[in-house]
Design a protein around this ligand. Structure first.
Ligand code: DGJ
Length: 545
């Protein structure tokens, strides 16, 4: 460069661009059929864990847990911010709990997803400040059929909504001020597991009047736009009642509790929309809501009704368009089936809560969610109550972290697959093999390890993922899976050219370990990821006849 001034200008511009990328808030960006979470200019995969509900209320309590969470190879902690702690006196905010959370997460090089425990937490309204709890007149509770009330704030009270909007807005504004240039907080969950109990819809003068009125045109338009893609349970209900484009709630969705639940879902969604809108105006980062899933066979009112449940996703999409996605908390054993319902073209999958009581199955679910369903993240609940690392989650996250650049690059491009044994809602494990085609090759995956005694098999824990890296190259990762291959066209036979185990080093460079052959590939017949050790294998295949 001849002109030194030009060089200085170019350098200054490069620095400004780099720091702008650094300072830009976390955002979602289209990537193939899904979205990437962009943090500090780079895509980010959430290897998370959610804290038990009360843990973050005490920095002292958390002190010994932060290093443990880091040692578990988490990159993100999901932690509540409680309304009662931040606004103990109406209009006066105390940010101590938020400051401590940010300070401690940063000190341990961990990101946060904040859970806004506002008007509702697991249906109930126990996290609202005491000035609200004690003023039932201004902040009315849900009325049930006999006129008595439950400890759930009514979704029809403007004073409750406005108070929640103010507090949440103040929090988001504060967050922008203290974290806007640091990006510790990646996303915010608005409320927690909203749902109506013990009825499908609340009673009382306002609720009854609205329920007797027309279904809002926005909802009808939202359903019409989705057409045949409306989730089957709602579509059938709508169809059964004449697929009307207008009418009262009962006329359009039916007289029973399932119809009433649609009304509940719509009004919860509208309430949350007001929060998301106000929050994003202050600090525009991704926001979502989470669902307490319903067990098959239970009716609305017998489970927390009206949340962003699989059968109500279209109602929530129409009612709360400012949310970036709707997310399932998955505690039931049929993880794969439930997670799949949230992976739609208009909804990216993220699992804010997964069962940790079945901890040994968690890794298989994580590999499945990332490989098969393009999940943005995975996060077992009450993470600090897991035993110290190394544990099965920390071992799985270690492998997923190493692979994350390749996972991120291939997300939403139909080049990845996830495998785990199918488990029913009743917990029964089906041990049949699973097939998947990638890169012109059909892979058959079995979860019963050929070299482990049958009675020692824990196939519910076995799982993994496959990534097609283009051409003949594939990455396999996980544990307890054995994979055979066949071409889907000519030539049909597939052999293993090279298979090696290895790790990615801190710079992201592949460091091969053993070259796998002979007994380790059953003399070229299969790729095997043995049970009990999560690993990555780099495999080059070839075709012959
Ligand atoms: C789901 C809730 O979202 C969490 O806050 C917690 O209450 C768990 N259930 C407990 O299992």
């Amino acid at each position: 460069m001849k002109n030194p001034l030009a060089l200085v200008l170019i350098l200054a511009l490069a620095l400004a661009t780099a720091s702008a990328a650094q300072a830009a808030p976390p955002r979602l960006e289209k990537h193939g059929s899904t979205q990437q979470l962009i943090v500090d200019g780079k895509p980010f995969l959430i290897l998370g864990g959610e804290l038990g509900n009360s843990s973050a209320s005490s920095a002292e309590y958390m002190r010994r847990h932060w290093p443990r969470l880091k040692a578990m190879n988490l990159n993100t902690v999901l932690a509540p911010v409680e309304w009662d702690l931040i606004e103990p006196v109406e209009g006066k905010f105390d940010w101590t709990s938020v400051d401590e959370l940010l300070r401690d997460a940063r000190a341990h090089d961990l990101k946060l997803v904040i859970l806004w425990f506002g008007a509702w937490k697991n249906s109930m309204s126990t996290y609202v400040p005491s000035w609200m709890k004690r003023d039932q007149k201004r902040f009315p509770r849900v009325q049930v059929a006999d006129g008595s009330s439950v400890e759930i704030l009514s979704a029809f009270s403007a004073s409750t909504r406005d108070a929640d909007v103010r507090a949440f807005g103040a929090f988001m504004e504060y967050l922008k001020r203290v974290d806007g240039d640091k990006n510790t907080v990646l996303m915010v969950q608005v409320e927690n597991e909203i749902g109506m109990l013990p009825l499908a819809r609340e009673r009382g003068a306002v609720a009854d009047r609205l329920f007797a009125g027309p279904v809002p045109a926005e909802l009808m338009r939202g359903l019409a736009a989705r057409g045949e893609k409306v989730e089957p349970e709602l579509r059938e209900r709508w169809q059964k009642n004449g697929r009307k484009s207008s009418g009262t709630w009962s006329q359009v969705f039916g007289e029973d509790e399932w119809g009433a639940e649609v009304f509940t879902a719509w009004h919860y969604a509208r309430f949350v929309e007001a929060l998301a809108l106000a929050g994003k105006k202050r600090y525009d980062i991704p926001m979502y809501v989470n669902a307490a899933l319903n067990r098959t066979g239970r009716k609305p009112g017998e489970y927390p009704s009206g949340g962003p449940l699989p059968h109500l996703l279209d109602v929530w999409k129409a009612g709360a368009p400012s949310l970036d996605f709707l997310a399932p908390d998955i505690y039931f054993p049929n993880f794969a089936q439930l997670a799949a319902r949230f992976n739609r073209t208009d909804n990216m999958l993220f699992i804010p809560e997964a069962n940790n009581a079945t901890n040994s199955q968690g890794p298989a679910n994580a590999f499945y969610a990332f490989g098969e369903l393009d999940s943005l993240g995975f996060s077992p609940f009450s993470i600090e109550s897991l035993g110290d690392a190394p544990n099965s989650l920390s071992r799985a996250y270690e492998v997923l972290e190493q692979l994350s650049p390749i996972i991120l690059e291939n997300r939403g491009k139909g080049r990845t697959a996830g495998f785990r044994a199918t488990i029913g809602e009743d917990g029964v494990v089906i041990d049949s093999p699973v097939k998947k085609t990638l890169g012109g090759i059909e892979f058959t995956v079995t979860f019963i390890d050929p070299w482990t005694a049958r009675d020692k098999q824990t196939i519910a824990d076995h799982g993994g993922m496959l990534i097609w890296d283009g051409g003949d190259d594939f990455w396999f990762a996980g544990q307890g899976i054995t994979v055979t291959m066949r071409g889907v066209d000519e030539p049909p036979m597939v052999g293993i050219d090279i298979a090696e185990e290895g790790v990615f080093d801190a710079q992201g460079k592949w460091v091969p370990g053993r070259r796998l052959n002979g007994d380790q590939t059953h003399q070229g017949r299969h790729i095997r990821l043995p049970p009990g050790q999560f690993q990555i294998q780099k495999v080059r295949l070839y075709r012959y006849r």
